[in-house]
Each structure stands twice: as C-alpha cells, then as structure tokens.
Design a protein around this ligand. Structure first.
Ligand code: ADP
Length: 160
C-alpha cells in the first residue's frame, strides 16, 4: 500500500492546504496529515485544536488520517510506514526552503520520496500567517478557509 504523509503546522488549515490534501488523497492509497506539534513559530491554535480543524475539513475523505507528531518528519514517516512525503509549493519563497529541507531529509532517510504539488493559482498567495493577520484586523477571510475554520478564527480573535 502506498502511504504518504503531508506534514505542516496547519495553524490553521486553509483552502490552500486543503487543495493539496484532496489532490494527494487521490494519488495515494492512504494519506496521513501530520500536524507538527512544536513548530518554530508563534502558534494561534493548540495542537489539539489544529488537529480537530484539519479532521473536520477532511472528514469526507475515507483514506485520510490526521495525527499530531513531534520531532523529525522523517521519524514520523518511518513510524507510520510512509514511502512518500507530500508538500505544497507556492510561487513565492517555498521552493528554496523545500529544497533545503528535502536535501536534509534525503540524508536522514534516503528511501523517503518527496512529491511536491504546485499550489492552486487561486491560493498561491495564501498563508496561515497572512490569514491570521487579516483575521485579527477584522478582514473577511470566508473565501480562504472552510466555514468551521473561519468560525474558530473569529472566536480566537474575539478572545484576545
Ligand atoms: P510548515 O510550518 O511546514 O511550513 P504550513 O502549515 O505553513 O507548515 O504548510 C504546510 C505545507 O503546505 C507546506 O508544504 C506549505 O508549502 C504548504 N502550503 C501552505 N500554504 C499553501 C497554499 N496556499 N497552497 C499550497 N500549499 C500550501
């Protein structure tokens, strides 16, 4: 069985992430979304909240699983017996970062193959960071995330 992992911070999941996940789920028998518990960035949502938001967004796909992980991505891949690592590539800035990470991952786990899917033109400039900034300033983010994520964002912003 071909199993792929799609790791990320997903703080929170956007329509850009969702598009990559839906496309990857068509390519592989099983897709495991790895929600990185301790990224080197300021988080708005807890790990549990991020996992729940991703789960709800992908509940309609039977071959998708969502789990939290910590530590090296390659160790997570080994643990779940994945052969492939999926990442999304946007035009601005992703390539160099992904290339560096891919070279390191290749050294650590040469058998893990990387598949990068080009971001949908509609979501090329969508990032969780910008999304959070827009939401915190009262911007309309409805077309950029699933409804339950927009609701969760609004609630978080109101609590702060
Ligand atoms: P990370 O902290 O690993 O960068 P992110 O949640 O920001 O986690 O992104 C996870 C993956 O999804 C990365 O491969 C990233 O390039 C990709 N991604 C993020 N936003 C988009 C988008 N709008 N369209 C396509 N891919 C995206």
């Amino acid at each position: 069985m071909t199993t792929a992992i799609y790791p990320g911070s997903f703080d929170p999941i956007t329509n850009g992430h969702l598009d990559i996940a839906v496309r990857a789920a068509r390519l592989f028998e099983k897709l495991i979304i790895g929600v990185y518990a301790t990224p080197n960035k300021h988080l708005l949502f807890s790990t549990e909240e991020r996992v729940e938001l991703v789960k709800k967004a992908l509940a309609h796909l039977p071959n998708v699983e969502v789990v939290a992980f910590a530590g090296l991505t390659v160790n997570f891949a080994k643990k779940v017996n994945a052969q492939t690592l999926v990442r999304g590539l946007r035009m601005s800035g992703d390539f160099e970062r992904e290339f560096d990470m891919a070279m390191m991952n290749r050294r650590l786990f040469p058998e893990l193959e990387l598949v990068c899917l080009m971001a949908n033109p509609e979501y090329q400039f969508l990032s969780s960071g910008l999304l959070k900034e827009a939401a915190s300033l009262g911007g309309n983010i409805e077309t950029l995330v699933p409804k339950h994520v927009a609701d969760a964002l609004r609630k978080k912003v109101a609590e702060r």
